[in-house]
Every structure is written in structure tokens, then in C-alpha cells.
Design a protein around this ligand. Structure first.
Ligand code: ZN
Ligand code: ZN
Length: 333
């Protein structure tokens, strides 16, 4: 699956007129740093959910760009020299320290003082305790427990055991929104009342989303769900669900045969109806597990990007689609 993730870069390099260093930006206008209008701020965000918040809070007062191109997998993002320069030049930078090593490095080297690291308001937690309990057949459960430690990414893709996927809990997005309002108001006090009003509108939508989740997932036939990329730990904790991840925190970690067997045992044990996969990564593993057991597959989107395949054109819409998928899979009523 790693090779597949490199396809957009390879296509970019093949395009005429693209230098090797700028290959990642070729064919993607969204990655080219935008020039701000006079009087506008330039806000550089690390990836889509932060871009969404910054755009909504800034409104007309800023151009907002994302360091992760639409459709690119953000965990392993690489930055062009132009993007690294844009981090230095930005009026404001918003990122999650500990999520994207290339972004962490660019921010550290930029000397930019107007940086919001969202972990200052939403600290990263270690991945929720592994789902583990006595099963009818003990041996797969034992393998499950022993295998877990090795499943969370190879040397290249680890987050030091910290789960970066805070944005999948709307309550965390409220805190991030408030922090962006404070950041932009400090940089551009003339428009502070606009940032506050925009922030209030977004917080209202996020609170409505939170209420929909709390009510929609209150009474369900089962609390467990199985997903390819274990991105939903914060969401599961907020709404008292139990996430069973096939891979670890990194989307392209390949599950071992023992892990797949353990997941299949979990599916049987808990009467799972649906194996979830995500839009940016191949559904092959989820589909083969589901096929073996005669289960359905469906998309549970970690919203690391919005693409034409996304089930909505913004964070709120895709979160609502995720809720519908969870309600259906878990027999919520
Ligand atoms: Zn992820
Ligand atoms: Zn279980």
C-alpha cells in the first residue's frame, strides 16, 4: 500500500515542466502557496480539518492554505521548498505537533512566532487501551494482546504511541476553534469581532454535531466497531464506543495474519455487521476480512482530506455521514 500512496507524486514528476523538487506540487493548484490580498492574513495549516477551522474563522480576512494536498495521505506528507518557505512567511500557522514530522520540522526551523500547536489546547493521548477481554476461544485473544505492541507502525510511521486524530471528536474541534479565534484576534485585532462571530457560528455547528452523535449513538445493539485505520479513538471515547482497529494508528501499516485472525474472532464475538475502511487507503484488507465472514463493508472517513470520493464537501458533512454509517452498522435506534 505504500507504493500506491506514491502514485500522485510519480504522476507529478512525469508532467512536463515540473522540476523534481517541485514534483509534489505539479498538477495541484491547491499546493501552490496563494498570495494574500493586501490587508489579508496568510494562514498556513497542516492539513484539512485545521484548514476547515481556519477558513471558517478567518472568513474574508485571510487566505488559508493546507500543507497537505487534497487527496494526499497526511501522515507521511513531504513538503516542497516553497511550502517550507510559506511556513516561515505565514501570518499564522496552525498544526498538530507530533502528527506530521515534515511539518514539525518546517515549523521548528521557520522561526515563525505566530504558531498555534493545537496540542496546547487538545493534548494528544496515547492510543486508548487495547480492546481485550476473555473470548470463547482464548488463543486468538491471546495473540491479539501480544501482537498489539508491534502493530502500531514501523520506524517510519510512528507517532511515539500518541494518537493524533483529535479532530474526529467534535468537542475537540470546539477547543481548536476557540484557539484559532484567539490566535487570529491577537494577530489582527481590528477584525477580532468578526473572528469571534465566525467562531461562534462554527462552534454552534460543532455543538449540534456533538448532540447528533450523542443522541444517535445512545442506544445501539452493540458498542464495538471494526475499522481499517485506528483513527477513531477520540470519537469512540467521547461516545462510549469501542474501536477495534485492524491496522494501527498509521493507515498503511500492514496487519499480520495473527492480527487478521484476532479481528475476525472479534467480529464473530461481537456480532459485527460491517468492516469499515477509509477513503484514502486501499480497502483490500477490510474487504478480504469482510468477505471471509460474509460481512458488509462501509466507509468510515478519518477526514484527513476532502476528495471527490468524500461523502460530503466539508468536515461537518462527512462527520454526519460517518454517524449514519455507525448507526447503521451498530444497530442504533
Ligand atoms: Zn490517520
Ligand atoms: Zn472483543
Amino acid at each position: 500500500m505504500v507504493a500506491m500512496l506514491n502514485i500522485p507524486r510519480a504522476l507529478g514528476a512525469a508532467a512536463l515542466g515540473c522540476t523534481l523538487l517541485l514534483a509534489a506540487a505539479c498538477g495541484s493548484t491547491a499546493e501552490e502557496p496563494k498570495s494574500a490580498e493586501p490587508g489579508q492574513l496568510k494562514v498556513v495549516t497542516a492539513f484539512y480539518p485545521l484548514q476547515f477551522v481556519a477558513e471558517r474563522v478567518a472568513g474574508q480576512h485571510a487566505t488559508v492554505e493546507s500543507l497537505t494536498a487534497p487527496g494526499a495521505e497526511p501522515h507521511d506528507v513531504e513538503l516542497t521548498p516553497m511550502q517550507v518557505a510559506s511556513v516561515s512567511d505565514a501570518s499564522a500557522v496552525v498544526y498538530i505537533k507530533g502528527f506530521q514530522p515534515a511539518v514539525d520540522e518546517a515549523v521548528a526551523q521557520s522561526g515563525n512566532q505566530q504558531v498555534l500547536d493545537t496540542t496546547s489546547v487538545v493534548p494528544l493521548q496515547t492510543q486508548a487501551e487495547e480492546h481485550d477481554h476473555e473470548h470463547a476461544d482464548d488463543s486468538p485473544a491471546d495473540e491479539h494482546a501480544e501482537e498489539e505492541g508491534d502493530e502500531h507502525g514501523d520506524e517510519e510511521h510512528e507517532h511515539g504511541g500518541l494518537d493524533p486524530h483529535v479532530w474526529l471528536n467534535p468537542v475537540n474541534m470546539v477547543k481548536i476553534t476557540d484557539a484559532v479565534v484567539a490566535q487570529l484576534s491577537g494577530i489582527d485585532p481590528d477584525h477580532a469581532s468578526d473572528y469571534a462571530a465566525n467562531g461562534k457560528t462554527l462552534v454552534g455547528e460543532l455543538n449540534t454535531l456533538d448532540t447528533s452523535y450523542a443522541e444517535g449513538l445512545k442506544t445501539c445493539d452493540r458498542r464495538e466497531f471494526i475499522t481499517s485505520h485506528a483513527a477513531f479513538g477520540y470519537l469512540a471515547e467521547q461516545y462510549k464506543l469501542t474501536q477495534i482497529g485492524i491496522s494501527g494508528l498509521s493507515p498503511d501499516a500492514e496487519p499480520s495474519p495473527a492480527r487478521i485472525a484476532a479481528v475476525q474472532q472479534e467480529a464473530k464475538e461481537h456480532g459485527i455487521t460491517t468492516i469499515f475502511y477509509e477513503t484514502l487507503v486501499s480497502p483490500a484488507v477490510a474487504k478480504s476480512i469482510a468477505g471471509d465472514l460474509g460481512l458488509k463493508t462501509d466507509v468510515l472517513d478519518p477526514i484527513e482530506a476532502i476528495t471527490p470520493e468524500s461523502a460530503g464537501d466539508n468536515y461537518i458533512a462527512v462527520m454526519q455521514s460517518n454517524l449514519t454509517a455507525l448507526e447503521k452498522a451498530n444497530g442504533c435506534h
